[in-house]
Design a protein around this ligand. Structure first.
Ligand SMILES: [Fe+2]
Length: 262
């Protein structure tokens, strides 16, 4: 592990493998010689996780996958901890909720970051694989992980990876709409996420069972779609036979997210 978690407030439970079950707590993580503020928000309608990362020193903050209905929560947190929102990142163009990107940009003057393959023109900064995003002394590495959509990007901060809908806990994003492609997703997860150290904490874009994090090693072992060395051919067959229902928010969320949630 590359970082030390210094303290949590409101810890509910720590399980045997060290997965942390903290409910809307503020977490301070040692980052080099500095400290990083970390917070995980949950939007229950679409079971979306939003992550706030901030420099304790400069008070600059970034939100990953903010949801439009939760803006007041974000604003209260930023104010309570004297933080300045400088970026909002979307891991991809979501089909199940509307991004808060435009609302946050208008309210806080932050920049909206998307992958250049998103096909969306409303971003302020368009990134490619390997881009580095600096927030105070924090350095966030973008790793291009397409397959669920064409724009999917995972973000790595020392010892943590925010996987959006590419890799979920004991699952992965569906590949049967937008630009989904199971072979591409398999390669993305293996090359860009499973190549990280096994103790890297995995923070997904959603969880539907109340789990808040996992590790790369845990997913390599136990993920029911990708674990135990499942082959690409097996994964493709599995993904092509999921027969999932049509996403209920897609007809509202996709057009809204193509204009950053305006
Ligand atoms: Fe998605």
């Amino acid at each position: 592990m590359h970082f030390n978690i210094l303290y949590f407030i409101n810890i509910l439970k720590i399980d045997k493998v060290g997965t942390l079950f903290a409910k809307l707590s503020i977490t301070i993580i040692q980052y080099g010689t500095q400290h990083m503020i970390f917070h995980q928000f949950f939007e229950p309608e679409s079971s979306t996780y939003t992550y706030l990362l901030a420099s304790e020193q400069t008070r600059e903050a970034v939100l990953i996958d903010p949801v439009i209905s939760e803006v007041e929560q974000y604003a209260a947190f930023l104010e309570q901890h004297s933080l300045q929102l400088v970026y909002s990142l979307d891991t991809h163009v979501h089909a199940d909720h509307i991004t808060a990107a435009n609302t946050l940009r208008t309210r806080f003057g932050c920049k909206t970051i998307l992958h250049r393959n998103s096909g969306v023109g409303c971003g302020d900064i368009f990134i490619t694989d390997g881009a580095a995003i600096r927030v105070g002394e924090l350095q966030i590495e973008a790793r291009y992980t397409p397959g669920h959509t064409n724009a999917c990007t995972s973000y790595v901060v020392d010892g943590m990876v925010f996987t959006g809908d590419a890799l979920l806990i004991d699952g992965c994003g569906r590949t049967d709409f937008q630009e989904g492609n199971p072979a591409t997703l398999y390669d993305s997860i293996h090359l860009q996420i499973f190549s990280l150290p096994d103790d890297t904490l995995v923070y997904p874009g959603h969880d539907y069972k109340g789990r808040v994090s996992s590790t790369v090693g845990q997913e390599k072992r136990n993920n029911s779609r990708l674990g135990q060395g499942r082959t690409k051919a097996e994964f493709i067959t599995l993904m092509q036979n999921l027969n999932l229902p049509y996403p209920k928010q897609i007809d509202v969320a996709l057009p809204a997210n193509q204009v950053c949630g305006k």
